[in-house]
Design a protein around this ligand. Structure first.
Ligand code: BES
Ligand code: MN
Ligand code: ZN
Length: 491
């Protein structure tokens, strides 16, 4: 999609969308079109029974005195509840198969900030997102038709900068994360995934890939144990973005990248197992965020680390009761091979903390079904050993609408992981499953300020919960991480 920020006079064809706030006079129109648009609106709104209620709309085809094929007056609801992304996504979803190739949002006169105006485009892009890569029989009327989005506004250069330097790259990153999560597991497996990440070096990222041999040397047997039942080699991918001062310690982003989770020998039931292609959603968020940071040349040092593994049952697969030694030296009794994400993260987190001595470390993982029982699909679980970090993340959540909810950590939960056969076991009891999973990770972070986001419910959804999201892969976490870095580490 081509994106242009322009003055009102530049809107000369296609469909022009005019947001109308409920209970307010028509304010859009800028200088060129004020009169004709006002006249058209006043003449038609009564017959259309339109007062700007959210999502209500009416169209005028071939408007007189305006150089466009169609005017759409689209209800924006009341101003206090207005979200430009949600507004634009609703419009775009309603009209994405209309055949319109050029759509223009007339925003001059509405009093929107540069960020809000830029986020109109984000709403269109996220709302019309589809993963059609493997559909060969889609007829052209089933393909989204928008090719050019114009936004007219008083200060187009300022809005263009807000888009190019922040919102556009964040949106690109989120779309990359959605694509990765949507890819089927025969196409996206550890090696092909690592190769794909390598192509993102075009943004200026430096990408390093560790193979099984190198991980064996490092002693990463918790991570490696998950992959031993798979024909596909496990990979650890490290993405470097050095946009800050040389002397500045980095922040680390760590992601669970289980490209398919069968459960291993503790096999999952067959129904809905196909969703487990998305068990790399945490890693996808990290990759998307690193892509965003590099494309917008973020002034911070950030390292992204993803553990890429396929969890399979096999003659060589690890068994319930196996004891593995993690890179940290701590031993783990693997009582359930389906609690594999924490095993991957244990080594990835230990590696991040000892190798890079980060100021802060955040990991993201589709870690537990229990977080869906606790928080549904609306909030990710936030677990942290640091109140300042909790505050930063909750604030970034507020600005991006990628919501998180803080959950507890404590010694009482931690004790549930004690095992008579090793330093710990990889599952707790039958209750508080998300918290015991977080306690497990906590044992591998030392005193590094760290947060774990359990995104099992927010990264994958089986129905659409928000017009900006598709039915499955949301790309949750990219914008949150990008915002967190921007607000706290870029001076
Ligand atoms: N990948 C799953 C968690 C998951 C479940 C993500 C549903 C998305 C949707 C994870 O590896 C897992 O299997 N967790 C187990 C842990 C249990 C064995 C302690 C779970 O949640 O049942
Ligand atoms: Mn599992
Ligand atoms: Zn898993």
């Amino acid at each position: 999609m081509k994106v242009n920020f322009v003055s009102e006079a530049a809107l000369t064809h296609g469909t022009i969308i005019i947001p109308v706030f409920e209970g307010e006079p028509l304010q859009s129109g800028g200088e060129t079109y004020t009169k004709p648009i006002q006249n058209t609106y006043e003449a038609a709104k009564k017959a259309a029974r339109f007062e700007g209620a959210f999502k209500k709309s009416f169209s005028i085809y071939g408007p007189v005195g305006v150089d466009a094929e169609r005017l759409v007056f689209f209800g924006a609801g009341t101003r206090d509840r207005f979200d430009p992304e949600v507004f634009a996504a609703h419009y775009a979803r309603a009209e994405m198969f209309s055949g319109d190739e050029t759509i223009s949002f007339a925003l001059a006169g509405l009093g929107l900030s540069a960020d809000e105006a830029a986020r109109i485009v984000v709403g269109v892009r996220l709302g019309t997102y589809r993963f059609d890569n493997y559909r060969t029989k889609l007829t052209s009327d089933k393909k989204p038709s928008f090719k050019t989005i114009n936004v007219s506004i008083e200060n187009p250069e300022i809005v263009q900068a807000a888009y190019d330097n922040f919102h556009g790259p964040a949106c690109d990153g989120q779309i990359i994360a959605r694509d990765l999560v949507s890819e089927p597991p025969n196409k996206l497996f550890p090696k092909s995934y690592a190769t794909r990440i390598k192509t993102f070096q075009s943004t200026g990222l430096k990408v390093e890939i560790l193979c099984e041999k190198e991980m064996t040397k490092l002693g990463m047997h918790a991570l490696l144990g998950v992959g031993v039942g798979s024909e596909r080699e496990s990979q650890l991918v490290i993405m470097h973005w050095n946009g800050g001062a040389k002397s500045e310690a980095p922040v680390c982003l760590v992601g669970k990248g289980v490209t398919f989770d069968t459960g291993g020998i503790s096999l999952k039931p067959g129904n809905n197992m196909w969703d487990m292609k998305g068990d790399m959603g945490g890693s996808a968020a990290v990759v998307g965020a690193m892509h965003a940071l590099a494309s917008r040349k973020a002034k911070a040092n950030v390292i992204g680390i993803v553990g890429l593994v396929e969890n399979m049952p096999d003659g060589k697969a690890q068994l319930p009761g196996d004891v593995v030694t993690s890179m940290s030296g701590q031993t783990i009794e693997v009582q359930n091979t389906d609690a594999e994400g924490r095993l991957v993260l244990a080594d990835a987190l230990h590696y991040a903390r000892t190798k890079y001595k980060p100021k802060f470390m955040i990991n993201l993982a589709t870690l537990t079904g229990a977080i869906i029982s606790a928080l549904g699909h609306e909030h990710a679980g936030l677990f942290t050993n640091n109140d300042e970090l909790a505050k930063q993340i909750l604030e970034a959540s507020d600005t991006t609408s990628e919501r998180t909810w803080r959950m507890p950590l404590s010694g009482d939960y931690n004790r549930l992981l004690n095992s008579p056969n090793a330093d710990m076991k990889n599952i707790g009891g039958s209750t508080a499953g998300s918290i015991t999973a977080a306690q497990f990770l906590h044992r591998f972070v030392g005193d590094t300020p760290w947060a774990h986001l359990d995104i099992a419910g927010t990264a994958m959804k089986n129905t659409r919960h928000d017009p900006r999201e598709p039915a499955f892969a949301t790309g949750f976490g990219v914008r949150l991480l990008n915002r967190w870095v921007a607000d706290n580490f870029e001076g």
